[in-house]
Design a protein around this ligand. Structure first.
Ligand code: ADP
Ligand code: MG
Length: 323
């Protein structure tokens, strides 16, 4: 079983940022309104995520580390109408297999919380824990028992960069969340709850991008596309500043990248990419999010419809702006 845990972990947990992403998603699924992330040593020494969500009952703590144990899907039909970010029940089991994890939680309405440890897949007993309602996860010494994987990690700065990216993606998807990120005690982001995504875009990418955004919003049947695109004159060098979200979850899609490029055709300096923050709302029955281990890629039932919706919406908006 130990080997199996490690193989499965390899798919989901590639680097410290994967841990951050999975823990953030669990906090969002638990209805958190505030999440504090603290990392040390680029996340290889410590990743700590504290939320004020619903918490986990003491008797459910060991279950949280069980493979394919999710509290989020009850029926097969649920798999085709996923409303939570997590649904495979794989993340904590994977992380617990390749790190030293301390999970502390107190459910709402319970007098005292509980904690459990999982070191390289080995669970401790459940002990009482005296903390606030919500969940606190500490992941220490990631890949301590998988030396090859540890060896492939990049510099601290690179790993911190990936972690920042995971935080940015979630922060754009959930502007109502108060999010903080610290590295070695130093505050990197303090993002108060906002109503507007442009505010967060300004914080992450600068006021010049924020002030050059055009709002888009259109529908094709039950499918909705909304978000913000930047004026093609905004020059971010060769950075590919494109953020796509499907039903609240970040994803990447080459077809959409292409649709964007087509919509901006003739307006960009050569070698530059459109800057865009796009949110797609698609009925869960019309898209499969269960095709990629980290859910980074999806399969649309009707991808040509999505393609033309994106291209035509953006083309129209840029024309309206007299470009
Ligand atoms: P999944 O998110 O796919 O269900 P995970 O392995 O990420 O699987 O988490 C396993 C289970 O642990 C979740 O289904 C949930 O019940 C519980 N859990 C994990 N993190 C939290 C949290 N921050 N707050 C409340 N419950 C959590
Ligand atoms: Mg999860």
């Amino acid at each position: 079983p130990e080997v199996v845990t490690k193989i499965a972990a390899g798919e989901v947990i590639e680097r410290p940022a994967s841990v951050v992403k999975e823990l953030l998603e669990n906090s969002v699924d638990a209805g958190a309104s505030r999440i504090d992330v603290a990392i040390e040593g680029g996340g290889t020494e410590l990743i700590q995520v504290v939320d004020d969500g619903t918490g986990i009952a003491a008797e459910d703590l060991p279950l949280a580390f069980a493979t394919h144990a999710t509290s989020k899907l009850r029926t097969v039909e649920d798999l085709f109408a996923i409303r939570t970010l997590g649904f495979r029940g794989e993340a904590l089991a994977s992380i617990g297999g390749v790190a030293q994890v301390l999970l502390q939680s107190r459910a709402a309405g319970v007098e005292i919380g509980a904690e459990i440890q999982c070191w390289g897949g080995q669970l401790s007993e459940v002990r009482p824990w005296n903390g606030a309602v919500g969940t606190r996860v500490e992941v220490r010494h990631l890949f301590y028992n998988v030396p090859v994987r540890k060896k492939f990690l990049k510099s601290v700065a690179t790993e911190v960069g990936h972690i920042c990216e995971a935080v940015i993606r979630l922060a754009l998807a959930c502007p109502h969340l108060h999010l903080t990120l610290r590295h070695n005690g130093k505050l990197i982001y303090d993002l108060p709850a906002t109503v507007g995504i442009p505010e967060r875009i300004g914080l992450f990418f600068g006021a010049d991008v924020r002030d050059a955004l055009y709002e888009v919003d259109s529908t094709a049947g039950p499918i909705r596309l909304w978000g913000y695109i930047a004026d093609p004159r905004v020059d971010r060098g060769h950075a590919r500043m494109q953020y796509l979200f499907l039903n609240g979850r970040w994803f990447r899609d080459r077809m959409i990248t292409h649709a964007l490029q087509e919509a901006y055709r003739g307006l960009l300096l050569s070698g530059r990419y459109p800057v865009a923050f796009l949110f797609l709302i698609v009925p869960p029955q019309q898209v499969d999010v269960n095709v990629h281990p980290t859910k980074a890629e999806v399969r649309f039932q009707d991808s040509s419809l999505i393609y033309s919706l994106i291209r035509s919406t953006i083309q129209r908006r840029l024309r309206q702006a007299n470009l």
